[in-house]
Unconditional design. Structure first.
Length: 190
């Protein structure tokens, strides 16, 4: 009984180590990047292997961002922009779960992330959408938007507001919960 239990625990731990997570993100003013860094730390502590890919527009948006016509056009009309990934060798098939993180711009995902979703449509299966925004943004509407691009429902969407990011204690608990949700999802997939 004791040995069987120990073997099972070891098998689960071994399985979680084998399961790979990727995080793809764009961040213009640093909020989303901060979340990504904290999430990587929280997942790594739990033994989850994480590869991070930064989505870089070939030409980033210059301030004042709210008055940048190319930003507005790319967000609402073009629904994307030319991007590269750093590092470049992202293969979605290598990952058990993929977190896609973006700021919200004018109620939408940022153009670099809209572009990545479109580029990998049909290949991103188990994905989670993580967004940051000034005001509360409804997860259901983000879920519908991403599903319309990828033809696949996200595992879940989570939006974190700037006031939540500024509250260190609250942010720590949000990140812990998020890492636990991802870990439970990975364990259920074994
Ligand atoms: C051009 C622009 C448009 C924005 N639009 C929204 C919006 O529609 N709703 C919202 O709640 N926050 C909006 N924000 C606030 C950002 O979503 C928020 O600051 C986010 O955390 C920025 O992420 P980043 O620091 O990773 O770039 C906007 C910010 C900018 C610069």
């Amino acid at each position: 009984m004791g040995i069987k239990f120990l073997v099972n625990v070891l098998l689960i731990i071994h399985g979680v180590f084998r399961l790979k997570t990727a995080i793809l993100y764009y961040s213009r003013t640093g909020n989303t990047e901060l979340l990504v860094k904290l999430l990587v730390g929280a997942l790594s502590k739990q033994g989850v292997a994480v590869d991070v890919f930064k989505v870089k527009p070939l030409k980033d948006y210059s301030p004042p961002l709210h008055l940048n016509p190319r930003l507005v056009f790319d967000t609402l009309v073009r629904k994307g922009t030319s991007v590269k990934l750093e590092p470049a060798d992202f293969n979605p098939l290598e990952y058990n779960v993929i977190v896609v993180a973006s700021p919200i711009w004018i109620g939408n995902l940022s153009p670099p992330i809209q572009q990545v979703l479109r580029d990998y449509a049909g290949k991103l299966k188990n994905y989670i959408i993580l967004t940051t925004s000034g005001l509360k943004t409804k997860s259901e509407s983000l879920s519908r938007k991403t599903e319309s691009i990828l033809r696949e429902k996200p595992v879940f969407c989570l939006n974190i507001t700037v006031p939540e990011i500024r509250n260190e204690a609250l942010l720590t608990s949000i990140i812990q919960n998020l890492a636990s949700r991802i870990l439970s999802y990975l364990m259920a997939k074994q």
